[in-house]
Design a protein around this ligand. Structure first.
Ligand SMILES: C[S@@+](CC[C@H](N)C(=O)[O-])C[C@H]1O[C@@H](n2cnc3c(N)ncnc32)[C@H](O)[C@@H]1O
Length: 257
């Protein structure tokens, strides 16, 4: 008796942004292995009889390994369960789904993928930005500010002009701003900072790449969108910063100015 695994996208947090299929899979699941970023509102859609396991992990922290998660998915399915692997946003975007799909296929487990609203699209909707506004851009680039543990960080990215850039897991804003300026972006390029997309705690503001490193970080999870399309965002600008408030050791960003 073999069960099945469904890799399901939970969207950015608001359950109304989930697909009907995703909500259906949560109702049917015997076991749900979810990431730390999946909102409590989404988890409420699970059947009360479902077993819920938080398998969220953070780079550098001791916790469950990817191999252990793969093992749990396989074991629960081999026991005949309908297993949902629930990931924030879309399961195939920065979600290690590739490793899980490989392991499940090798174990001969039936698997399906249910897409979700990735946070880039949730952010664009919240700020009313057309990511592909043809007046300004020709493509979108999704980047991760975080690199797999042990992998060297690039000092710049190769980014064609007329691109909207979305940075997932941005980490330190200064590093991101420096990398983008080395990649050819101007100091004045508009930048959206947004956290807790689609949740009651959502916060967003617009700033420029040159000011990004000076502005306090928003609570995690947060996302950045950079490019001329952000000029039209329906969000307030972060108030201009007074140089008198800059930290003592502050060094201005000079790249690309
Ligand atoms: C491991 S990635 C997962 C991405 C996810 N699979 C997706 O499609 O959105 C985690 C990053 O996604 C972004 N993220 C996910 N949910 C978010 C939310 N509700 N608000 C802001 N950013 C979010 C943040 O950049 C966070 O660090």
């Amino acid at each position: 008796m073999k069960g099945k695994v469904s890799l399901v996208g939970a969207g950015p947090g608001d359950p109304e942004l989930m697909t009907l299929k995703a909500a259906d899979r949560l109702r049917l699941a015997d076991v749900i292995l979810h990431d730390a970023l999946v909102s409590p509102e989404v988890l409420q859609l699970a059947s009360p009889r479902a077993r819920l396991l938080n398998v969220g992990k953070r780079c550098g922290e001791k916790g469950i390994t990817q191999a252990e998660i793969n093992g749990l998915l396989i074991t629960f399915a081999q026991q005949g369960n309908f297993v949902v692997r629930l990931k924030s946003g879309d399961p195939l975007v920065f979600g290690r789904a590739g490793e899980e799909l490989t392991a499940l296929r090798q174990a001969g487990i039936e698997v399906e993928v249910v897409p979700g609203v990735t946070s880039a699209l949730g952010a664009a909707a919240a700020a009313q930005i057309s990511l592909t506004d043809r007046r300004a851009v020709e493509q979108i680039l999704f980047l991760s500010g975080h690199h797999a543990c042990g992998k060297a960080e690039p000092d710049h990215w190769s980014i064609p002009s007329r691109t909207t850039v979305v940075v997932y897991m941005p980490g330190e804003h200064r590093k991101i701003a420096e990398r983008l300026m080395r990649s050819g972006f101007e100091h004045a390029t508009a930048c959206l900072v947004i956290s807790s997309i689609s949740l009651p705690s959502e916060r967003a503001y617009r700033t420029s790449l040159g000011q990004l490193s000076l502005i306090p970080l928003l609570p995690s999870p947060s996302l950045l969108i950079i490019g001329s399309t952000v000029d039209t965002a329906a969000v307030a600008d972060h108030p201009p910063l007074d140089p008198a408030t800059y930290p003592d050791n502050f060094e201005p960003l000079t790249i690309g100015s």
